[in-house]
Design a protein around this ligand. Structure first.
Ligand SMILES: [Zn+2]
Length: 123
């Protein structure tokens, strides 16, 4: 069966808003040896582009034109650039490592649990 565009857009990404995630490539990729581990929360999911915006990661400097009418100051602003969802991995706080989630039904509710340690990811 041929997939329509609509079906693709409706497909859920493996991460959602509020998830703790790491990046597996780029300048902000996760390094478990680093003192300052780069872990961020998913700020926004852009389903139609299969991308996510992660707070504090993949920052780019963007020149902003001043627009006093809208209260926007001109200059160079640091903003998060969207990252392809395939470059994002869930991070488990319980076993302190990047992980994948599997689904379990707890009290009739579908929740995600860490594949490594079995801890619940959704609270
Ligand atoms: Zn875990």
């Amino acid at each position: 069966m041929r997939k329509t565009k609509k079906q693709i857009e409706q497909h859920d990404l493996h991460v959602k808003r509020g998830d703790r995630v790491i990046l597996i490539s780029g300048k902000d990729r996760y390094d478990k040896e680093a003192a300052d581990k780069k872990i961020g929360n998913v700020k926004k999911v852009i389903k139609s582009e299969n991308k996510v915006i992660v707070e504090g990661l993949n920052m780019v400097t963007k020149a902003q034109k001043a627009n006093p009418m809208a209260g926007i100051q001109g200059g160079l602003n640091k903003i998060e650039a969207p990252v392809d969802s395939s470059k994002v991995m869930l991070y488990c706080m319980a076993c302190e490592s990047p992980t994948k989630a599997r689904y379990e039904v707890v009290n009739g509710r579908k929740v995600r649990v860490c594949k490594k340690c079995g801890e619940q990811i959704d609270s």
